[in-house]
Design a binder for this molecule. Structure first.
Ligand code: PXL
Length: 266
């Protein structure tokens, strides 16, 4: 029997992030992947790789969700980039209407191609409609600052405090990711479930951001949960996959490399 994992997220045309990454991650973790596309991001090589962002019509998103969920019994879903309030509304309605055992939210607040003014609206809509439905949320440093209202996150205590504050918004588990911008030599993530805090730490692999790390991490957590893992074990496996994927990264003509999902065979 094969386990199934579902993702509702954006397409990123270079293959380095978004649903392309999620499906590769699902496959590599041995689960059958199903994807619903919320928006299409095409970097512009003529304009410093700026993000060209096109939302998919809310009705078309609803149609995809209907097709996917009528075809398969999907009980674990990752939610990635949503990008507009119309999209947040349709996805939140779909999540309310169906019972998912796990909703893993990668809270991609905004991409560089959208107006800055939209960020606050998206942030508020995510807080109100999607965060309370998620069982696991995986903010990076920027997203954690925005969602927690903290100006700076520079220590493990700050990561933990951010996780505490974000958990008050509704998710059952919060995984705050330090990433390359967190001070020090280690890539540190903190998982908080309301009672216990667990710190995951590995030496940083270089100091450059690698595209697709956040998408791969949340997708790998989703795949492991689909196979029946506990959240803490799912995060440990996902972090090992991302670390291997950064070590084995794919270089590209973009200013950043991308994670190779095939590097991890554990
Ligand atoms: O890595 C965040 C991300 C997620 N989803 C889509 C993206 C990006 C970044 O470019 O384009 C669709």
């Amino acid at each position: 029997m094969v386990n199934l994992a579902y993702v509702i997220a954006g397409s990123e045309a270079t293959g380095g992030a978004g649903v392309q990454t999620d499906l590769k991650t699902f496959q590599q973790r041995g689960v059958y992947g199903v994807a619903t596309v919320t928006c299409i991001v095409s970097f512009d090589p003529k304009n410093s790789w700026a993000h060209r962002f096109v939302p998919v019509e809310p009705q078309v998103i609803a149609d995809q969700i209907e097709a996917a969920t009528a075809t398969h019994d999907l009980d674990v879903v990752k939610v990635g980039m949503l990008g507009t309030q119309g999209t947040i509304d349709v996805v939140s309605k779909a999540l309310h209407e169906r019972e998912f055992r796990h909703v893993v939210l990668d809270p991609v607040l905004i991409c560089k191609g959208q107006e800055a003014g939209a960020a606050l609206d998206i942030d508020n809509a995510l807080r109100e409609h999607i965060l309370p439905l998620s069982t696991v949320i995986t903010p990076n440093l920027f997203e954690a600052k925005t969602l927690s209202g903290m100006d700076s996150i520079e220590t493990v205590e700050d990561l933990t405090e951010a996780a505490r504050r974000i958990r008050e918004l509704g998710p059952r588990y919060v995984l705050v990711k330090g990433g390359v911008e967190f001070p020090g030599d280690d890539a540190i993530d903190v998982l908080y479930d309301g009672e216990q805090t667990h710190t995951f730490s590995v030496p940083k692999v270089g100091n450059e951001r690698v595209s697709g790390a956040g998408c791969t991490l949340a997708a790998a957590v989703t795949a492991e949960l689909a196979k029946g893992a506990q959240v803490r074990d799912a995060v440990a496996t996902a972090k090992a996959m991302v670390t291997a994927g950064i070590e084995g990264r794919v270089s590209a003509h973009t200013p950043f490399d991308t994670v190779w999902q095939g590097a991890y065979t554990g």
